[in-house]
Design a protein around this ligand. Structure first.
Ligand code: NAD
Length: 251
């Protein structure tokens, strides 16, 4: 039996890792030997070795706290917590329903707050840890049809800066801001024609693969990023550099 008080194996908690970016990121950490816990409301379609699923809805602060504290009690530590779960809906600002906006903010913004508070308390007391989140290029530039989503991601970036100041030097915070990533979320909202149109406007000429976003998280959690806090790492194939994809206005 492993003694959790002396076991130095890194413990990583990540939300929304049953699909897409989270799934690839959980697998990246697991392949490095970390113990990875996927907090998702749904089980993974393809369970990965080394990644343990715990049913959790990130909008419920009591549930998030209970799951996170249970993992910390079992493993004796939490080194990295990645708030990744998110949703997006393509809809016109003037047509948005208040319930839909609240639901999105509850998952995309409160979901980050819920995980960061629960894991942050444990890390702060332990004296070290890294709080990470998936923001988006949409938090830094305007994009039509996603104004509520964009506001949620700008909120995550603002949270990241302020929490960094409160928790330094014990706990670091950082966000990865992906541009267009080919995941189930993206696939469900775009037709083949829309995907091709976006690809043409991205300097790298394509969407990114979720594994490329996973590498950014792996770097930010590592000792190589020990002086990075309160910042975002943009992984967008050059999209924000030229403002090209932001002019995309297909109806
Ligand atoms: P995805 O739909 O493939 O995966 C999202 C996961 O989050 C799913 O497993 C889902 O079950 C889970 N989830 C949703 N609501 C939840 C809740 N209330 N509680 C627990 N789990 C919940 O999406 P993805 O494209 O991998 O997106 C992951 C993150 O990346 C999101 O925050 C998204 O905004 C962000 N992002 C995506 C892109 C992109 O192009 N795909 C670009 C920038 C940022």
């Amino acid at each position: 039996m492993t003694d959790s008080t002396t076991d130095q194996t890194a413990v990583v908690v990540i939300t929304g890792a049953s699909s897409g970016i989270g799934e690839a990121t959980a697998q990246r950490f697991a392949s490095s030997g970390a113990r990875v816990f996927n907090l998702d409301r749904q089980p993974p379609a393809n369970p990965a070795p080394g990644v343990i699923w715990r049913e959790c809805d990130v909008t419920d602060p009591v549930m998030v706290r209970s799951v996170v504290e249970g993992i910390a009690a079992e493993k004796g530590r939490i080194d990295t917590a990645i708030a990744n779960a998110g949703i997006s809906t393509r809809h016109a600002f003037l047509e948005m329903k208040p319930e839909a906006i609240r639901r999105l903010l509850d998952i995309n913004l409160f979901g980050v707050i819920n995980l960061w508070q629960s894991a942050g308390r444990i890390m702060f007391e332990a004296g070290s840890g890294t709080l990470l989140a998936t923001a988006s290029t949409n938090g830094s530039a305007g994009y039509p049809w996603y104004s509520d989503y964009n506001a949620s991601k700008a909120g995550v970036l603002a949270l990241c800066r302020s929490v960094a100041l409160e928790l330094a030097p014990r706990v670091r915070t950082a966000c990865v801001s992906p541009g267009y990533v080919l995941t189930p979320m993206q696939r469900s909202e775009y037709t083949d024609e829309m995907l091709a149109e976006v690809n043409e406007k991205i300097p790298m000429g394509r969407h990114s693969d979720p594994s490329e976003i996973a590498e950014a998280f792996f770097f930010l959690a590592s000792e190589n990023a020990s002086f990075i806090t309160g910042q975002q790492l943009v992984v967008d194939g050059g999209e924000l550099a030229g403002g090209t994809a932001s002019s995309f206005r297909t109806q």
